[in-house]
Design a binder for this molecule. Sequence first.
Ligand code: FES
Ligand code: FES
Length: 163
Amino acid sequence: MSYQLTVNGRVTEVDVPGATSLAHALREHLHLRGAKIACGSGRCGSCTVRLGDRTVASCLLPVALAEDEPITTVEGLSAPDGPLHPVQEAMVACHGVQCGACTPGMVMTLHTFLDTVSQPDAGQVREALTGNLCRCTGYHTIVDAALTAAAALPTPNPREDRP
Ligand code: FES
Ligand code: FES
């Protein structure tokens, strides 16, 4: 079946069986391989993408349910030759990346979280990241990155003004 998706601002079609996950469609049909499929069962967050104003585990979401809202993947946060998004900058600066398997999902969760909470404390960041597992960093550097990104984003965050 053919499904129309809006991914990173671009309308595109994928021709896949109805049970295909969004993660599979993104990676294998649209060649957007930022979202990783690790557990494949909704437990690790490595496949996290943004659907409208919320994050989803793209390994669990049938592509048919992703047609009605814009999808943002980690590839959509910055142009290949442009500056990184502040969340990405902060992950680099704070050494929030080791093997990198969790990183796109972490970035997408933080990107979405910081749209609604412009100046979080560490506890709020940790709570926001409960669905994203990291086996390498111990999380401290990722929390530091989130707080650094929050400080770098405009205050009040203009995205909070969105309807
Ligand atoms: S791969 Fe989707 S939650 Fe783990
Ligand atoms: S950096 Fe390796 S799993 Fe998070």
